[in-house]
Write a protein that binds this ligand. Structure first.
Ligand code: COI
Length: 361
């Protein structure tokens, strides 16, 4: 790694009392910590030294490519406090590798995985007191690395000036209301991504594209939207911002296979690995939406859950669509909770990390 980080003067940090009140009930993505990391890239010079700066507004020219053509990618991962006070990150090298794949797709420069992990370490060590205490439920410090086209130029081509940032925000549950099942709206008017598009990349555009469907979901009283494949409108892809799993009575655990238009969730792939430990039979394949409706009606499908770094594992209760609905459960299912707990136990250091998934920050 060629990066070295310089520290600028610290801002007036929030008083301890105010910070502790926020950490008590952080919500999701509401409060940012005291610092941020910034690394600049130019086509001639590559990545320059990173900086640790006070968190705050940034100055970028209005002509920067990110504002016009959406050349942007991001990551999401969490830092967890263990019982001995140490702070750990879950599979950061997997997020670092995905950021590189996203960069390729969006014609942005790749950041070394070591530099990616170093950027997280620099921010978390500066803002360590923002990592919630151990044993406070589902709380962590959510890390948001992102990369934008910052060169001021209105032609449509990959930017020659790019900026990478990491910001952080203490996080509780993504959905308010505890671990109660969320309802999903089946979007038929909109798709999230298409063949050959950016669906597998973690770029802001995919999330922008999900919002109209998300608004439609809210209008129908649902927390999230389900998107189908854009070419046949038959197969389940993913939700607005998380992957989906179906639990079958016979022990199968099924999730849509990666087709190029689905985000390769780190939680998704971790659950596929954990499933066999829990006596489940994981399956990645195309799932027609009709199979969900029929499977719930026949009792073959017993649970459905959503997963993601932000959502962890969130039970799904009802699927609604134009003209009908299907409810798989009104409470969190047993298998869903078992998977959720085994993941959280690894993340909080309560279970042995037999796969080497945790990195100390
Ligand atoms: C995640 O970090 O889980 C995301 O996909 C981003 C968003 C849903 C908060």
């Amino acid at each position: 790694s060629k990066l070295t980080f310089s520290t600028s003067s610290r801002p007036d940090p929030l008083a301890d009392e105010a910070r502790l009140a926020i950490l008590d009930d952080p919500g999701f993505g509401v409060t940012m910590t005291d610092h941020m990391v910034r690394i600049e890239w130019t086509r001639e010079g590559g990545w320059s030294n990173g900086e640790l700066l006070p968190y705050g507004p940034i100055s970028i020219e209005p002509a920067a490519g990110v504002f016009h053509y959406g050349q942007e990618i991001f990551e999401g991962l969490k830092a967890f406090r263990h019982s001995d006070g140490s702070v750990w990150c879950f599979r950061p090298e997997v997020n670092g590798a995905r950021l590189q794949r996203s960069a390729k797709r969006l014609a942005l420069p790749e950041l070394d995985i070591d530099d990616f992990i170093e950027s997280l370490k620099v921010l978390v060590s500066a803002d360590e007191k923002w990592v919630p205490e151990f044993g406070t439920g589902e709380t962590s410090l959510y890390l948001r690395p992102f990369m934008i086209a910052s060169e001021a130029f209105l032609g449509v081509r990959p930017a020659n000036g790019v900026t990478y940032f990491v910001i952080a925000s203490p996080a509780g549950a993504y959905f308010s209301g505890g671990i109660k099942p969320v309802s999903l709206w089946l979007s038929t008017d909109y798709a999230r991504a298409g063949d050959g598009g950016t669906g597998a990349a973690k770029c802001g555009g995919n999330y922008a594209s999900s919002l109209a469907g998300q608004v439609e979901a809210a209008e129908h009283g649902c927390e999230q939207v389900v998107f189908l494949d854009s070419s046949t409108h038959t197969y389940i892809e993913e939700l607005g911002g998380m992957n989906l799993f179906l639990v079958y009575a016979d022990g199968r655990l099924v999730t849509p296979e990666l087709t190029g238009s689905i985000l390769e969730g780190v939680t998704r792939s971790s659950i596929l690995e954990l499933a066999t430990d829990l006596g489940l039979r994981p399956e990645e394949r195309r799932i027609p939406i009709q199979e969900w409706k029929d499977g719930v009606a026949s009792g073959e499908i017993t649970e459905v859950f959503a997963c993601g770094t932000a959502a962890v594992v969130t039970p799904v209760g009802t699927l609604k669509w134009d003209g009908g609905e299907s409810t798989v459960g009104t409470e969190a299912g047993e298998t869903t909770m078992k998977i959720r707990q085994s993941l959280l136990d690894i993340q909080y250091g309560k279970a042995d990390d037999t796969r080497g998934w945790m990195t100390r920050l």
